[in-house]
Design a protein around this ligand. Structure first.
Ligand SMILES: [Zn+2]
Length: 188
């Protein structure tokens, strides 16, 4: 389990709804400013329809437009907000999950384009492994590039960063070593 993810004291957002927010970390919009076409609304609809499917991030097709969503549960809030966790959420998870999903955004296609429709953006099966390998590689680069000296608690930041990087590497290796991986089976 990830360090931030496995902190039960902070696990107060059972529905995961608090986590839905624009990827740039701006506050949730009020209803007056809520636009049906906003990324925020697209990601909320996708989550309510169950399209997040437990994933921390994903690309959805919303009115035929590709939108990167971040559905990761927010463990930075609660009764005793921890500034280190907030920093870690924003600079490690939000940023690096988004960079991973940006890779998929380029590889996926929107099948449904009807107004108001929301679906997951589909990666063609023959591109899937390659897209995941590049997504995880980009995510690891992003994690490695995070400057912990800017964190409220640099040593804890370093610890979280190391664990997150190691977990992402494991995921990367699972795709790389997948027996169905075309990289492994396409040899003549
Ligand atoms: Zn992925």
């Amino acid at each position: 389990m990830l360090y931030c993810k496995s902190n039960p004291v902070k696990w107060l957002d059972y529905t995961g709804l608090k986590s839905i927010r624009p990827g740039d970390g701006t506050p949730l919009p009020g209803f007056a400013t809520l636009q049906q076409t906003s990324d925020w609304w697209c990601c909320l609809k996708a989550q309510l329809l169950g399209l997040s499917d437990g994933n921390w991030g994903g690309v959805v097709c919303c009115d035929g437009r590709k939108v990167v969503c971040n559905w990761r549960p927010d463990e930075g809030g609660g009764a005793n907000p921890d500034p280190t966790l907030k920093w870690c959420d924003k600079n490690l998870y939000d940023k690096c999950i988004r960079e991973h999903e940006e890779i998929h955004k380029a590889d996926c296609a929107c099948e449904q384009t009807a107004p108001g429709s929301v679906s997951r953006c589909a990666i063609p099966p023959d591109k899937h492994l390659d897209s995941e390998l590049r997504g995880h590689a980009r995510e690891m680069e992003c994690i490695a590039g995070v400057d912990c000296s800017a964190s409220p608690d640099p040593s804890r930041c370093g610890e979280v960063k190391k664990k997150y990087h190691a977990e992402t590497l494991v995921e990367y290796l699972k795709y790389l070593l997948n027996p169905l991986n075309s990289h492994a089976t396409a040899r003549p």
